[in-house]
Write a protein that binds this ligand. Structure first.
Ligand code: ADP
Length: 503
C-alpha cells in the first residue's frame, strides 16, 4: 500500500509539532544547566521570550533562578526531583512575574505546571518536559472572590448582621458566629435548625416563620420579624431577610439570608404604639361628646337660615368624622402587634355586608354613582366587623381618589375556593412603581394631586393585615389616569373554622 501522503515522523516534524503544542518546554536533564532544547509558540508567548534567545541556553540563564527560596515548588528543586525520582511532578499554582516591555514593569502571572521525565532509551531521565498553562485569570478571580467575601463579612460584622444559609433538601443550616450570639449563645456554639426554631415563640413559629418559609419557596423572598427566647429566658426580637437560590431547572436549592437583633428598635416601636393606643383611647370619649354636640347644634340650628352657621357646622362635623376615623385607625394599628388582633369569626352573608357598607358610605359618596353586582350565595366565615372595615376603606378610597360624577362598581363572586370582592373606580390610578408599596404602613403616593386629598396611609395597611390574617389575598390592578380595581379574597371556609376564632 502506498501511504505517500502521510508525513514520516522526522526530527524536523517533531520540532514543528512541538512548537505548535500548548505551553511546552523541553529541557535536558544536564543538571545544573538544564539546557533548553525546544520551546512551543505558546510557551514563548506566556513567558514573553523569543525562541532564538532561549533555545540552547541554560534554563536558569534565561529564567529567574528562584532556588533561594526554601520552597519545594521552585523550578530547580522540581527539576532535580524529577531526575532523581523519575516521577512526574505537578505544581498547581506557580507565581511567575513577566516583564512587560511596554509598561516597563513586572506583571504578576500564575501558572499551573507539570514536569514529566523523558528517557532516551536508557533507564535514566534524559529530558524534562515542562508544560505550563497560564491561570492568572482564574487565580485573580478567586482572589477577588475571597476579597469580596472578606469585605462582605466585615460589612456584616460592622452592621452586627448574622449571615446564614438553609439547604432546602435536607434543611441543613449553615450560619456565621454572629447568629449564635443573636440567639444568646457563645459565638462558637454549634446548633441545628431545630435548635434555633425551638427558641422562637411558638405562636410566631406557626403564624409567621412557617408561613414566610412557604411564601419564600413560591416568591423567592423570605422576610419576617419574630420573638425569640434566649437560654436565660429573656425575650428578644429578630429580623430575618433572605433570597431563594435556584438550580438550572428553577428548583429551589437553598435560602441565603441575613439576621439582625432588633430588640431595641422593637421596644421603641412597642412603646410608641402603646402611647398611640393610650392617647387614641383617651381621645375617643371627648371626641364622641364633641360629635354629639355638633349634631345637636346642627339639629337646633337647622332652621336658622344662617348659611354661615350651616356651613360652619357641616365643616365641624366633617372634621370630627375625619378625626374619629384617624383615631380608630390608630387604635387598630396598635392592635396589630403579634397576638393582639383577635378575629371574631362568624358566618354571614357577604352581599348583605357590602350593601350595608355602601349605605354607610352615605354622604361621602353623594357625588358618585355606585353600582353593586352581587354574586350568588356568598356565605363566608370571617370577622364581619373587620371585613366591613376593609370594604369601607376600598369604597372611601375609590370616592376620594376619583372625580365627582364618576362611576364606582363593586362585584362579589366565587373564584375557585375563594370569594372575591372588587371595588372599581375611574379615578387617578396608581403608577406601577407605587403599587406594591401601597400596603405598607403610612405609605401614600406623592404627587401634585395627592396634596389636596387628606389621608394617613394606614387604611390599606390595616386592610392587608386583616385579609392576611383571614388567610385571604389582597391586591390591585391600576393604570394611571384610568382608574383602579382593589380586590380581596377570602377562603370559602367550613363552619368548623368558625370555632377557631383566635388568630
Ligand atoms: P390614605 O387614603 O388615608 O392615604 P390608604 O392606606 O387607604 O391611606 O391608601 C394609601 C395610598 O394608596 C393613598 O394615599 C393613595 O395614594 C393610594 N390609593 C388608595 N386607593 C386608591 C385609589 N382607589 N385610587 C388611587 N390611589 C389610591
Amino acid at each position: 500500500m502506498n501511504f505517500g501522503h502521510i508525513p514520516v515522523l522526522t526530527e524536523d516534524l517533531f520540532q514543528i509539532i512541538f512548537e505548535k503544542s500548548p505551553g511546552s518546554l523541553l529541557v535536558k536533564a544536564d543538571k545544573p544547566y538544564f539546557t533548553i532544547v525546544a520551546a512551543s509558540d505558546t510557551y514563548l508567548t506566556i513567558t514573553a521570550s523569543k525562541r532564538e534567545e532561549i533555545v540552547g541556553r541554560g534554563f536558569f540563564e534565561v529564567f529567574p533562578d528562584d532556588s533561594d527560596f526554601d520552597d519545594e515548588t521552585n523550578a530547580r528543586n522540581v527539576f532535580t526531583k524529577v531526575i532523581e525520582t523519575g516521577q512526574k511532578i505537578e505544581v498547581p499554582t506557580y507565581r511567575y512575574d513577566v516583564f512587560n516591555t511596554e509598561t516597563k514593569s513586572f506583571e504578576v502571572h500564575y501558572w499551573s505546571c507539570c514536569n514529566t521525565p523523558i528517557s532516551d532509551g536508557t533507564n535514566e531521565v534524559a529530558y524534562i518536559l515542562n508544560t505550563v498553562v497560564d491561570i492568572t485569570g482564574e487565580v485573580k478571580a478567586k482572589q477577588a472572590a475571597i476579597e469580596n467575601e472578606d469585605r462582605l463579612r466585615m460589612a456584616a460584622d460592622a452592621a452586627a448582621f448574622g449571615t446564614w444559609e438553609l439547604k432546602i433538601a435536607d434543611q441543613h443550616f449553615v450560619y456565621s458566629p454572629r447568629i449564635a450570639e443573636i440567639f444568646g449563645h457563645p459565638h462558637d456554639a454549634v446548633f441545628t435548625l431545630a435548635d434555633v426554631r425551638s427558641q422562637v415563640n411558638p405562636d410566631d413559629m406557626q403564624n409567621i416563620v412557617l408561613k414566610a418559609y412557604q411564601e419564600a419557596i413560591l416568591t423567592g423572598k423570605y422576610l419576617y420579624e419574630v420573638r425569640i427566647y434566649w437560654p436565660d429566658g429573656s425575650l428578644h426580637w429578630i429580623r430575618t431577610q433572605g433570597t431563594v437560590v435556584h438550580n438550572d431547572k428553577n428548583e429551589p436549592l437553598s435560602i441565603l439570608g441575613t439576621m439582625l437583633d432588633i430588640t431595641e428598635s422593637k421596644a421603641d416601636e412597642i412603646r410608641k404604639n402603646d402611647f398611640i393606643a393610650m392617647a387614641s383611647h383617651e381621645l375617643k370619649t371627648p371626641l364622641t361628646s364633641l360629635k354629639a354636640y355638633v349634631q345637636l347644634l346642627s339639629k337646633k340650628l337647622a332652621d336658622s337660615g344662617d348659611s354661615f352657621v350651616d356651613n360652619a357646622l357641616s365643616n365641624a362635623n366633617y372634621q370630627v368624622n375625619r378625626m374619629t376615623d384617624l383615631i380608630h385607625g390608630f387604635l387598630d394599628l396598635s392592635k396589630l402587634e403579634p397576638g393582639k388582633l383577635k378575629l371574631k369569626m362568624q358566618e354571614f352573608d357577604l352581599n348583605k355586608l357590602i350593601e350595608e357598607c355602601i349605605a354607610n358610605s352615605g354622604s361621602a359618596n353623594q357625588y358618585h354613582s355606585i353600582s353593586f353586582f352581587p354574586g350568588e350565595n356568598l356565605a363566608v366565615v370571617a370577622d364581619r366587623e373587620k371585613i366591613s372595615q376593609v370594604i369601607g376603606n376600598f369604597l372611601s378610597n375609590a370616592v376620594k381618589y376619583s372625580a365627582k360624577g364618576s362611576k364606582i362598581s363593586i362585584t362579589s363572586e366565587k373564584v375557585g375556593n375563594f370569594v372575591e370582592v372588587a371595588v372599581k373606580d375611574e379615578g387617578i390610578g396608581i403608577k406601577f412603581k407605587d403599587q406594591e408599596k401601597l400596603f405598607q404602613r403610612f405609605y401614600r403616593v406623592e404627587n401634585e394631586r395627592m396634596k389636596n386629598i387628606s389621608g394617613f396611609g394606614i387604611g390599606l395597611y390595616l386592610s392587608s393585615e386583616i385579609i392576611q390574617r383571614h388567610k385571604g389575598k389582597i391586591g390591585l390592578q391600576s393604570e394611571e389616569n384610568k382608574g383602579s380595581i382593589f380586590y380581596f379574597s377570602l377562603p370559602l371556609s367550613t363552619k368548623q373554622e368558625a370555632t377557631n376564632n383566635q388568630i
